[in-house]
Design a protein. Structure first.
Length: 337
């Protein structure tokens, strides 16, 4: 694997937006902001589809990001989902089929095409149905970075992936912890290649770039994380770092109350290099507030550690295994081999 580097471009200009409303066939209108240069020739358009209130919650970040693209030949459209922000309707839940159908209608409205011409559905349902070029970006401290690795592994279409240390925010809003990169420049290089047909060189670079962290520091003023960039031309590959996993634990019907049964817990994929002398700690809990709540009516649980095994991937095909040894047999306590 080779190391990768990024630079920050501070010379980008900002365009203003127009507030518009996109009609849906069943009556509601979706509030939208359109960044498009006046008197500009027809341009390709990128669409952001999120429920985060464009008039207040994301107004500053939207301008910082979408206002840049038209000055480089790409229009931008930011939509409030049905029932969110200034859009009509009712938002009944997350990730509903209604969201996907509405997105298809917006694309058809913009392209003046039939809705059936567009793919819709979860990316986990059929990766082979995706034929367009994909650039998947996420952060190790976000909850969605595993999808990036699945896409890199299963897509046949042209694809690139970027995994950074940040949380669930765009780096243009100040990705924490760092480092900063020229994220808008990356977007423009990718879109100008696939929307304008320019050879920007981005597809000649490694398919996947990720930050391998080390020397994590917690401080009241913020979190800092050392490390360096890694790049690879393919996936899967193996890395190890501090991570977590979520598993809904229920007693099998074939197991009587009080009897033990074996459970396999999978951890979220991540990359981290431990310094010499560091110890690994495994902590188990029945809840992970506020992400995971305890099961209603769940009683105390007991953990038998005699045959417990911690297995971590290493560089290449290496697998590191550690028997439980002397671990505390109380679920929720820190387990330190």
């Amino acid at each position: 694997m080779s190391q990768a580097s990024f630079t920050v471009d501070f010379s980008l200009q900002i365009a203003s937006y127009r507030q518009i409303f996109v009609p849906l066939p069943d009556g509601p209108r979706l509030a939208a902001r359109l960044w498009l240069l006046e008197h500009a020739p027809p341009e390709p358009l990128v669409l952001e589809w999120i429920p985060y209130w464009q008039s207040d919650n994301t107004a500053t970040g939207d301008a910082m990001m979408h206002g840049v693209f038209p000055t480089h030949g790409i229009a931008a459209l930011r939509i409030d989902l049905r029932g969110s922000g200034n859009s009509d309707g009712l938002q009944r839940d997350e990730y509903l089929a209604q969201e996907q159908d509405d997105a298809v209608e917006v694309i058809a409205w913009r392209a003046h095409s039939e809705r059936d011409a567009f793919w819709r559905g979860s990316i986990c349902e059929d990766c082979q149905a995706i034929e367009c070029a994909v650039y998947a970006v996420g952060g190790w401290t976000d909850g969605y970075c595993d999808a990036i690795l699945r896409l890199m592994q299963h897509l046949d279409a042209p694809r690139k992936g970027l995994i950074v240390p940040w949380t669930h925010v765009y780096p243009t809003w100040g990705g924490v912890p760092g480092p900063a990169i020229d994220f808008l420049g990356e977007c423009l290089r990718f879109w100008r290649r696939w929307l304008l047909g320019e050879e920007t060189g981005i597809m000649g670079e490694p398919m996947l770039r990720l930050w391998q962290g080390e020397r994590l520091r917690t401080d009241p003023r913020g979190i800092t994380l050392g490390g360096h960039w890694l790049s690879t031309s393919g996936w899967p590959a193996s890395y190890a770092r501090v991570t977590f996993g979520v598993h809904r634990l229920t007693r099998p019907k074939s197991v009587a109350p009080g009897e033990s049964f074996r459970v396999r817990l999978l951890l979220k994929r991540a990359a981290y290099r431990s310094s010499a002398g560091c110890r690994r700690q495994l902590a188990l809990s029945t809840a992970y507030w506020p992400m995971v709540w305890a099961e209603p009516g769940q009683g105390p649980l007991q953990l038998w550690t005699d045959d417990a095994l911690l297995q971590l991937p290493g560089p290449g095909d290496a697998i590191y295994r550690r028997r439980a040894g002397v671990w505390r047999a109380v679920l929720g306590a820190a387990l330190s081999p």
